[in-house]
Design a protein around this ligand. Structure first.
Ligand code: C2E
Ligand code: CA
Ligand code: CA
Ligand code: CA
Length: 278
């Protein structure tokens, strides 16, 4: 009984579950990663379907851990969000993207759109607008080349506030995109009230194109809907020539995906651009 009691108390004092302990470890490693500058951005080309040209790049976070190698965003973004580190990391992503954009312009690259992912947690804070205004000013990056990607769920709660926030961001002259479109619960009434520029069709609708009849029709409907509302449409996760061809046929504006290129370090991205022709 005595040893049982001791075991019980040992259990309770160490009452964190395995997964909670892993989260905590990853959180402290992520804090360290920021200090040690283990975070970087890769850039995935965005292609205009009618001209075939690279018109933009999505900035995607990479964490290189010297022991473990690359740690996927799907593993560390949720921890960055629950710990609040996302605010610091997210601001760094915006600043770094703008700095990189200026370097590319200085290198002679054409004015590309740089699309940056913004977490719902960042969108919740009113300081986001001022941070972006400050970053544009200090970096000298042209506002019209910066695009923010936000998911539907970030926008669909608190409609009034979301419209106000989006309008104040739009007033800076930047572009706004809805990411992973079709996977959330967009209200069409809300959608038409948002001052956005682009809908990004989620990869899950692209995967089985063009054979999957329902997905093919859904993509067609999204393109029509977007154009009706005055938005551009970009398809994400395009891996096959047949998918690219189908999207071109239905009048989708742009795409990105492994079919053209995976996300690349900044230097490789600019080499690619110079190779395919400015
Ligand atoms: P997302 O914003 O939907 O980004 C697209 C993801 O699909 C990226 O994964 C990209 O590398 C991957 N991808 C692109 N083309 C293809 C393709 O043809 N096939 C396949 N299988 N995958 C493709 P990644 O880089 O692992 O990022 C995953 C998610 O992490 C992103 O999804 C985004 O939600 C989040 N994330 C990444 N960077 C940031 C960031 O800077 N801030 C925030 N808040 N979230 C980020
Ligand atoms: Ca995205
Ligand atoms: Ca996406
Ligand atoms: Ca997605």
């Amino acid at each position: 009984a005595k040893s049982e009691g001791r075991n019980t108390s040992a259990y309770y004092s160490d009452g964190m579950t395995q997964s909670a302990r892993e989260r905590l470890t990853l959180e402290s490693r992520l804090r360290n990663a920021i200090v040690e500058q283990q975070l970087s951005l890769h850039y995935q080309p965005q292609i205009d379907l009618s001209s075939g040209r690279i018109v933009g790049a999505e900035a995607l976070l990479r964490w290189y851990d010297p022991d473990e190698g690359f740690i996927a965003p799907s593993r560390f973004i949720p921890i960055a969000e629950s710990s609040g580190l996302i605010h610091e990391i997210g601001l760094w992503v915006i600043e770094q993207s703008c700095r990189q954009g200026v370097l590319w312009l200085q290198e002679g690259l054409p004015p590309l759109i740089i699309a940056v992912n913004v977490s719902a947690h960042q969108f919740q804070r009113n300081e986001l607008q001022q941070q972006i205004a400050d970053t544009l000013l200090s970096s000298g990056f042209p506002a019209e080349q910066l695009e923010l990607e936000m998911t539907e769920s970030a926008l669909m709660t608190q409609h009034e506030r979301a419209v106000g926030m989006l309008s104040s961001l739009k007033a800076l002259g930047i572009r706004l995109a809805i990411d992973d479109f079709g996977t959330g619960y967009s209200s069409l009434a809300y959608l038409k009230s948002f001052p956005i520029d682009v809908l990004k069709i989620d990869k899950s609708f692209i995967d089985q194109l063009p054979e999957h009849q329902q997905d093919a029709e859904i993509c067609k409907a999204i393109v029509t809907l977007a154009h009706t509302l005055g938005f551009d449409v970009l398809a994400e996760g395009v891996e096959l020539a047949a998918q690219q061809l189908y999207l071109q046929q239905i009048g989708c504006d742009c795409y990105q995906g492994y079919y053209y290129s995976k996300p690349l370090p900044a230097s490789e991205f600019s080499e690619l651009l110079k190779r395919v022709g400015l």
